[in-house]
Ligand binder design. Sequence first.
Ligand SMILES: [Ca+2]
Ligand SMILES: [Ca+2]
Ligand SMILES: [Ca+2]
Length: 242
Amino acid sequence: MTSKHLIASMVAIAIGCSHSAVSYAETPDTSSRSEEWKRHSIDTTSLGVDGVRSADVNGDGLPDLVCGWEQGGVYRIYLMQRKPESLPRWIHVDAGAAPAVEDALLVDLDQDGAIEVVSSTEGNHRKVLVHWAPPPTKHYPDSSLWKTETLFENGSRWMFAVAMDVDGRHGPDVMVGGKRQGGSIGWLESPANPRDTNAWKFHKLTDATWTMSIICRDSKGDGLSSKRKRTTIPRTATPASV
Ligand SMILES: [Ca+2]
Ligand SMILES: [Ca+2]
Ligand SMILES: [Ca+2]
């Protein structure tokens, strides 16, 4: 596999109650569209994988991944390790519990250079959690150095989050979306000390029936990000937010 093919590869997730996997699909080394893509599993050890995000967590130029395992109640980061002309290996970072996790977001919330995870949880847990990363001088994959705290809860279910500096101060804020009874879309305002989770303030923007995603765009072209939301009518099955 060349780096060109790897960059062009898609990350996919297979979802099932008894069989779950974080996987990626390798682009064929040919111009023929008829050749099948090869699926490579990264992790098959938990249940209910739900959603995947990508960012270069450790700044080595290789894309890393994060996803939540809804039935497994954990989130995991996968750090890509790759040598030329070989398939990647992945370091698993299992750094905190997140019961009924629906979405996991990579963001350096306290701006110290180490990227945290913000997870949205539903079911009976119903919290927005922050999983604080170790300081940049510490070993990022060391699970014992991670710390999980509640960033926000109001009794409603949380489905999706994106980072966005809404007010232009104190670094990134967090836009969050929920569902069903009491569901809303709003933003969590970062305080001067983002590590003080009690000081984060929630600003409700609108009611929401079922948030599937939140996309930040400068739709007016005025240099300020706007927000678009996608919601659906209520249903009984848990949607796949891949
Ligand atoms: Ca990386
Ligand atoms: Ca950080
Ligand atoms: Ca801010």
